[in-house]
Design a protein around this ligand. Structure first.
Ligand code: SAH
Ligand code: SF4
Ligand code: F3S
Length: 488
């Protein structure tokens, strides 16, 4: 990647507005794009009118995610008429999936850049600015060339890290794998993100060391099926367990998490590695998607409920303290009341920490869109969504009760959205953090706690949150760090 000589300390010449939707991969991609543009002299703004460049990092996983972006783009039409010199860009999965359609639907968009071509953004913005007209950079489609050509066109974008670009400087995502080869029939990701490719372990370890040197205490390794991670070269094959063993000794790192897991690759070896490496958090997000074998077959998930339960058994045996969470799709093609009842049963049996529940959304370009009718009515999807959420929340609230009166370790993320209160020793803020098992904890504290690992005594719980207090010496309340703000 080309870089200018402008350092971060020089007066920024341009302003960037960026909006991000979608998964953690997109959050990380936005961090990288912002960092690369900062090195070109950009600073961030939350004000559309003040921005020289406006970027939307988009998601295609469900139709409503796309429609929201097209809605936002429509609202920019006027702005672009008033300020034609502003550069408007659409990046991410929807850019890759829709390509020229973005220009058709919003002709005032200047840039369309797929997730495999993000390194080209600074150069393409310059082109637009110099009057070269609309620019598009996308990767090859899954049938657009040889396997190697397709892989090369989906480039992992992991340049230098910039701690100021993250929601907190002491937590970071670290990409270990791009793409996906599982081709679940409902899912667009293999098309937008291309073939599954593991990043070389040496690069990952190097990046983790840089992050730790920057003060990062927690890294979350990212991949669509992160536990399928594999990197093969002349020196041999490195799998997820080996990668964790290589990351574990890095000084300064306190916690290693990884998402999202694929049930079939949750091996005994990996679970034992998690057990044996204290920094690796016993938190496993392993989406089941459905509790019905018939649905799993139609989704082409590659496992049965018996396989999934066997995996749960393995987790409970090797990592009894682990929290497990899941994703579910309700109202997938042909899902009957009986199929749905089996999903409810699975949730009751597995007692997940939490579940993300989605209503099936047809994605053109997928197998399901081509072959299976979307035949569950919208109101039935909505009802199943609510019902499954109700069952899951009841379980989460019940299971959280066992934390009452116990101490949990949190990595303090920062102030919660609740405002400042007056405490006995001065102003208090409601702070928030997460346990190693990814449970959200809030307590009355002090902004100076941000980034620390603290023990919190829990005295109240809800389905989603543990409420507690710090059991340490008084923390001076007269010194406050500036509020940590989330990047847009
Ligand atoms: N790679 C991850 C998740 C990818 S997308 C995995 O395999 O688990 C995140 C979640 O979105 C999926 O787990 C699934 O539950 C949901 N999802 C994907 N495609 C969808 C679709 N077409 N309609 C509704 N939900 C979908
Ligand atoms: Fe989509 Fe399935 Fe790949 Fe996950 S594993 S990204 S759901 S195709
Ligand atoms: Fe969405 Fe792309 Fe992530 S489709 S869920 S942003 S990989």
């Amino acid at each position: 990647m080309e870089e200018t000589n402008l350092s971060n300390n020089e007066t920024p010449t341009k302003r960037l507005y960026i909006e991000t939707v979608g998964c953690q991969m997109n959050v990380l991609d936005s961090e990288m794009v912002v960092a690369s543009l900062r090195r070109q002299g950009y600073s961030l703004t939350r004000d559309l009118e003040a921005a020289d460049t406006i970027l939307f990092n988009t998601c295609s996983v469900r139709e409503n995610a796309e429609e929201k972006v097209y809605g936002s783009l429509t609202r920019l039409k006027r702005l672009k008429e008033r300020f034609p010199e502003k550069v408007i860009g659409v990046m991410g999965c929807m850019a890759q999936k829709d390509q020229k359609i973005v220009f058709d639907r919003a002709p005032y968009v200047d840039l369309v850049v797929g997730p495999g071509q993000l390194h080209r953004i600074p150069e393409l913005i310059s082109k637009v600015e110099s009057g070269a007209g609309q620019q598009m950079a996308v990767s090859l489609s899954r049938k657009g060339g040889t396997v190697d050509e397709i892989k090369r066109s989906h480039e992992s974008f992991d340049p230098l890290r910039d701690p100021t670009m993250r929601p907190t400087p002491f937590q970071a995502y670290l990409r270990i794998q791009i793409g996906c080869d599982k081709f679940c029939t409902y899912c667009i990701v293999p098309m937008t993100r291309g073939p599954e490719q593991g990043r070389p372990p040496e690069q990952i370890v190097e990046e983790a060391k840089i992050l730790a040197d920057q003060g990062c205490k927690e890294i979350t390794l990212l991949g669509q099926t992160v536990n399928s991670y594999r990197y093969k070269d002349d020196a041999g094959t490195v799998n997820m367990s080996e990668l964790l063993r290589r990351l574990h000794p890095i000084r300064g790192l306190e916690r290693i998490k990884f998402v999202t897991n694929y049930p079939k690759d949750m091996t005994r070896e990996l679970l034992e590695t998690v057990r044996d490496l204290p920094k690796v958090c016993p938190y496993l997000h392993v989406p089941a998607q459905s509790g019905s074998d018939e649905m799993l077959k139609r989704m082409k998930r590659g496992y049965t409920i018996a396989d999934y339960m066997e995996m749960m058994q393995r987790i409970r045996e090797i990592l009894p303290q682990a929290s497990v969470s899941s994703d579910f799709i309700v109202g997938f093609c042909g899902e009957t009341d009986e199929d749905f009842a089996k999903t409810v049963d699975l949730v009751k049996e597995c007692r997940f920490k939490n579940s993300f529940i989605f209503q099936y959304s047809v994605r053109p370009g997928t197998k399901a869109a081509d072959l299976l009718p979307d035949d569950v009515p919208a109101d039935v999807k909505q009802w199943r969504n609510n019902e499954l959420l109700r069952v899951q929340n009841e379980i989460s609230a019940e299971d959280n009760c066992r934390f009452l009166g116990s101490r949990v370790q949190v990595l303090v993320e920062g102030p919660s959205k609740v405002s400042v209160k007056r405490g006995e020793t001065g102003p208090l803020r409601q702070m928030t953090g997460r346990t190693p098992c990814d449970r959200i904890v809030v307590w009355d504290g002090n902004e100076r706690q941000a980034g620390q690992l603290l023990d919190i005594l829990i005295h109240d719980v809800s389905a989603t949150t543990l409420f507690g207090s710090v059991e340490t010496r008084d923390i001076p309340s007269d010194v406050f760090l500036p509020t940590l703000t989330l990047q847009s």
